[in-house]
Design a protein around this ligand. Structure first.
Ligand SMILES: [Zn+2]
Ligand SMILES: [Zn+2]
Length: 347
């Protein structure tokens, strides 16, 4: 085997092969800096634009400056043990000058180099903020009810459901799906939305949670980039009966506890049991627990008790329900069935 002593062709010092480490480092342009880096940011919400795509940014200004500066620095692949130090100042309101210092090891030798990168800040309103400020809308969800008006609880619930859907859209990165505004109208509540995706999701979720049904009515409003643009109205019709309604079904009285997907959960006011009944079942509306009255219990004897009608002060004798605890001197809640001249105990 021929053992040859290698020497560096540049400086003549011993080397394993080719140039010695010192000469290799000298020959290598190991840190290349771009003098300027541009950043387009929405002044309203801080979103960042890359190419033509906007994305939400959760970076603090300091971290953003660091990331931007480093995006303008290219290090040779053989550089190891990298340590970066940054310092910056703003020469003008829309310029940040960053000094980047890199200490590292290259071919076993300690190296250090600095450069200056100028960040150019461009303020541009993002796609979402410009939609928001322009009151942009793609559709309206009209929450109404079948043969009545939605009550306050239902209106508040519909709005709450809408905002929960908006949260999940935003969290999944669908930044253009949002609620432009909500508005109480004479007949219910309108939820104005920015995209068809969120419109469909909200209408569906309200229907699932509050019962009833929804439909959609698209209306062509024009053309954009060769594509037809529609606005969609989603009428949501809440069921005929709402939570707290007292219903008479087949000669028995029930309190409606919930109505999901057309399935009514009923509390049997006779025996205290829970029953599920389809919302299309024939039922007569007697009233709602919100219209209930309270009466003073004058006496109790086993399973009967007497209460004073709060309007006439006449004693009414009632049979106690197994689910209802009645004690003399307390009060009970009831509702009147005017059609049958009956008293229905509620609790
Ligand atoms: Zn050398
Ligand atoms: Zn924005």
């Amino acid at each position: 085997m021929d053992i040859k002593q290698n020497i560096c062709p540049k400086c003549g010092r011993p080397t394993e092969e080719g140039l010695c480490s010192n000469c290799r480092v000298e020959e290598t342009e190991w840190m290349i800096c771009q003098p300027r880096v541009q950043c387009t940011q929405c002044p309203t919400c801080g979103s960042l634009k890359t190419g033509s795509i906007w994305t939400d940014s959760h970076l603090e200004r300091e971290s953003l400056i660091g990331e931007l500066a480093m995006s303008g620095v290219k290090l040779h692949e053989d550089v190891e043990d990298i340590k970066v130090t940054l310092s910056h100042h703003d020469p003008t309101p829309n310029r940040t000058s960053v000094k980047v210092t890199v200490e590292a090891t290259l071919y076993g030798i300690q190296v250090e180099q600095s450069c200056n990168i100028l960040i150019v800040w461009i303020g541009e309103q993002c796609d979402r903020c410009s939609r928001l400020s322009g009151n942009y809308y793609a559709g309206v969800i009209q929450v109404r009810a079948d043969g009545r008006k939605p009550d306050d609880w239902e209106k508040a619930k519909a709005i709450e459901i809408a905002y929960t859907v908006e949260d999940s859209c935003q969290n999944s990165g669908d930044r253009l799906s949002f609620i432009t505004k909500t508005e109480e109208t004479r007949d219910g509540v309108d939820i104005v939305i920015s995209s068809h995706t969120i419109g469909e999701s909200i209408a569906k979720e309200i229907k699932n949670r509050l019962g009833g049904k929804y439909s959609r009515h698209p209306k062509l409003i024009g053309e954009k980039n060769g594509k037809q643009v529609y606005r969609i109205t989603y009428p949501v019709r809440l069921p005929k009966f709402r939570r707290g309604d007292i219903l008479e079904i087949g000669k028995e009285y029930f309190e409606l506890r919930s109505n999901e997907s057309g399935n009514m959960k009923l509390f049997d006011l006779q025996n205290g049991e829970i029953r599920y009944v389809n919302e299309n079942e024939p039922a007569r509306l007697v009233g709602n627990v919100l219209d209930s009255e309270t009466a003073f219990v004058a006496y109790r004897e086993n399973d009967t008790f007497g209460m004073l009608d709060p309007k006439t002060y006449v004693n009414i004798e009632c049979i106690r329900r197994p689910w209802l605890e009645v004690t003399e001197g307390t009060e009970v809640r009831f509702i009147r069935d005017r059609e049958k001249d009956a008293i229905i105990l509620l609790g």
